[in-house]
Design a protein around this ligand. Sequence first.
Ligand SMILES: *Cc1c(COP(=O)(O)O)cnc(C)c1O
Length: 467
Amino acid sequence: MDHDALRHWSKRAADWAAEYHATLGDRPVRAGTTPGTTAARLPDAAPEQAEDLETIFADFKAIVPEAMTHWQHPRFFAYFPANAAPASMLAEQLANAMAAQCMLWQTSPAATEIEQVMIAWLRGALGLAPHFSGTIHDTATTATFCAVLTMRERALGWAGLTEGLSGQSPVRIYASAQTHSSIDKAVRMAGIGQDNLVKIPTDRTHAMDPAALERAIAADRAAGYRPAGVIACVGGTSIGASDRVADVLAVAKSADLYTHVDAAWAGSAMICPEFRWLWQGVDAADSVVFNPHKWLGAQFDCAVQFLADPAPQVNTMGLRPDYLQTLDQDAVTNFNEWTVPLGRRFRALKLWFLLRAEGLEALRRRIRDHVAWVHELRDAVATLPDFEVVTDCPLALFTFRYAPDGRDADAATRDLLTRINDDGRVYLTQTLHEGRFVIRMTAGSFATTRADVMTVRDVLAELTGQA
Ligand SMILES: *Cc1c(COP(=O)(O)O)cnc(C)c1O
């Protein structure tokens, strides 16, 4: 395949994509396929001779879409949304065409500088203080991993990087039980060990108890541990719980600990001033992560990490072997020194296209609509016989369960969820809340309408014989 063929097939692919999106609502949301089906449709080995693009494209159409779960579907209400606004898809095509490695300023000056400007635009859009700089990662997991490594090294005086961790007194990190598993993973991968991730008890609102945090830090210090950092959560994945960020950060600061705020999903909502109370005090954080690829509409992947002072993270992640030295390095930012990989994708381009092609006002309206529709649905579900709303959130998320008389509610709810997803009109997922099986409902797709959200009520009523 040469570049003339690429021109031709790019147009064919664009036509396919437009058709795919226009008819997405007619497909079941979740892939109906069983494990192994797709693999069985492919040959065992790569072809020796080139194949015709016409055949390859036909196979794509025949094999792939029907075996995919459609994340851009208007009735995708599972996990959290991973949006892809058309403008961000277009920018990805252009980034693909240049196929640059954005590791140093010199290898991609425009990518580095647009990344810096996009961080500044987003900082302003989210109402964060002007002292924050930042960088773009693939996912929140990676950003949190960088923050945890920075906590560790700051506490060890940067000795762990060279000497390793053996012989050091154990480092401890603090978070509530509502935080995402990416924090457990970061602590494991950082060599800190999951036993040294201290889960602080939460209060009735599922927010971390700051007094318990303070006691845990003091007790660990007395016992010879090395408290290093605190991770606060804003809009936790399970039920959308948020810590009282100001109180948690105040305790951390007074103990001289490094702080990271995980707002991977909820961060996008902070473009709306009325939701900012949810992370009130965030300007005191050392590090904040949110995923524009979730609710803001940037094509996956795109995680933004704001840093109050990049120096501790650059001291931890940065490494300059001879072959990466550049003559101008004191005048420019080389973003590989802020992040895990050396090679980096040009992710800032899709933010630039997205923010310009949509405008903040339209992005705010979308988030406000999602929140209003989900709350309307929550109230409708609460009136259905045998349904109980279990948790609520100021943003677009609630959980519920189905508890008909005489049946085990966990089993009945689990069974109902299977039937909802087999039905295919909507896609919902579950979580365990305080030991109970509950169904999560969240809406955040760009294609979603109020009618799509209210379809959930109809599906629930029909499947439980109340239509
Ligand atoms: C989605 C999510 C994550 C993980 O995000 P990735 O970008 O997939 O790593 C972490 N924390 C919270 C609160 C999330 O919602």
